[in-house]
Design a protein around this ligand. Structure first.
Ligand SMILES: Nc1ncnc2c1ncn2[C@@H]1O[C@H](COP(=O)(O)OP(=O)(O)OP(=O)(O)O)[C@@H](O)[C@H]1O
Length: 295
C-alpha cells in the first residue's frame, strides 16, 4: 500500500436504500475491534513500506516485572510521560515533537521487555521495524516512519546489526542507505509525536551520527544483573512476601552468591525456571549457576 498505513479498503453494497445498515455495521465493527484491543498492546511489523498487525494483541507486561535499577526505570517512564504531555511546548518553540531513546547493554537484561512494559503502562502500541530485511529501501523506511499508527512506539531492535555495516563512510550494501535512514529519522516530514526506541548490544559499533542529540535524546545502559536485581528477581519469581523474615533471608542468601554484573537476568531467570516451584531448591543448587558467573 502506497501510504504505508495499516489500513485496507472494503467496499460494502446494500440492496435497498437504508444507509443506516452500513452505518450500524461499521459502528459495531469498530466497537468490537476496540474492545478486543482494550488493555492490550498491538504489535505491528513492517512489511514492505506498510505496517501489518502481528498476531493477537498482547496482554501488557507490568513494569514491576522488569527488574532494573529503580532510578533508571522511573526516570525513563517519567521522561516519556513528560514528552507525551508536552506537545504544545515543543510546537511553541519550533522544536520537532519527537523523542528518541537508545537502550544498550549485553543480551538478556530486559531491553525488549522494558519497551513492552512501557507500551503497556502508557497504553501505546509497538511498531517493529526490521532493518535486516534486504528489500527495505530508503523510500519504504521513510514511509514507515511517517505512517506509524498513532499512539505507538517505533522500535528498531538490534540496530547495530544493520548500522555497523552501513556507517556513513562504508559502502551501502543494500537498498537502504545510511543517509536515507538519517534523513527519515529527522526529515521535516517525519511523523510528529513519534517515540523511537532503538536497542543494541554493541553501542561501540554505532556511528555517532545515528545517536547524536536530536536523534537519540536519552541513552540508557542496561547492564548484567547486580546482586540487588538478583534478589528482587528471586522474590518476584516466587511471589515471596518480603515482610516474612525467612523469605527475605532466602532471597538475600541467593543474591549474596551472585557476583555483580557477571550474569544476565535471563540466565538467572533460566536457572530459577528449573526450580520453579521451590525457592529452597534453587538456593540449594545455586552452585550450578555460580560457575557461569565466574567465567
Ligand atoms: N531486567 C529484567 N527483569 C525481569 N526479567 C528479565 C530482565 N531482563 C531479562 N529478563 C527476562 O529474560 C528474557 C530476555 O529478556 P529481553 O528479551 O527483554 O532481553 P534483551 O536485553 O532485550 O535481550 P537482547 O539484547 O538479546 O534482545 C525475558 O524472558 C525476560 O523476562
Amino acid at each position: 500500500m502506497a501510504s504505508g498505513a495499516p489500513f485496507e479498503s472494503i467496499v460494502l453494497t446494500v440492496f435497498g436504500n437504508d444507509g443506516n445498515v452500513i452505518q450500524q455495521l461499521v459502528t459495531d465493527a469498530m466497537e468490537l475491534s476496540l474492545r478486543r484491543d482494550e488493555g492490550k498492546t498491538v504489535i505491528y511489523i513492517s512489511s514492505g513500506g506498510s505496517w501489518e498487525r502481528f498476531g493477537t494483541p498482547r496482554t501488557a507486561r507490568s513494569l514491576d516485572s522488569v527488574i532494573l535499577p529503580q532510578q533508571g526505570k522511573d526516570g525513563l517512564v517519567s521522561d516519556i510521560r513528560d514528552f507525551l504531555s508536552s506537545e504544545e511546548w515543543f510546537r511553541n518553540r519550533g522544536i520537532p515533537y519527537r523523542r528518541g531513546y537508545l537502550l544498550h547493554g549485553p543480551p538478556g537484561n530486559g531491553k525488549s521487555s522494558l519497551v513492552n512494559a512501557i507500551a503497556g503502562e502508557l497504553k501505546l502500541d509497538i511498531c517493529i521495524v526490521s532493518l535486516s530485511n534486504s528489500e527495505m529501501d530508503d523510500h519504504q523506511f521513510n514511509s514507515l516512519l511517517n505512517n506509524a499508527p498513532p499512539k505507538s512506539i517505533l522500535l528498531i531492535e538490534d540496530v547495530d546489526a544493520a548500522f555497523s555495516r552501513r556507517s556513513a563512510s562504508s559502502e551501502v550494501s543494500s537498498k537502504l542507505s545510511f543517509s536515507g535512514i538519517l534523513n527519515a529519522l529527522d526529515g521535516v516530514a517525519s511523523q510528529e509525536g513519534r517515540i523511537l526506541f532503538m536497542t543494541t548490544n554493541h553501542l561501540e559499533v554505532l556511528d555517532s551520527a545515528l545517536i547524536r542529540e536530536g536523534r537519540v535524546d536519552l541513552k540508557i545502559q542496561i547492564s548484567n544483573a547486580t546482586k540487588q536485581q538478583a534478589q528482587q528477581l528471586f522474590t518476584y519469581f516466587y511471589s515471596l512476601d518480603n515482610q516474612n523474615p525467612s523469605n527475605l533471608e532466602m532471597a538475600t542468601q541467593f543474591a549474596s552468591k551472585i557476583t555483580d554484573y557477571s550474569l544476565s537476568m535471563s540466565q538467572i531467570q533460566g536457572f530459577l525456571l528449573q526450580y520453579k516451584s521451590s525457592p529452597q531448591k534453587a538456593l540449594k543448587h545455586i552452585n550450578k549457576l555460580i560457575p557461569v558467573s565466574l567465567v
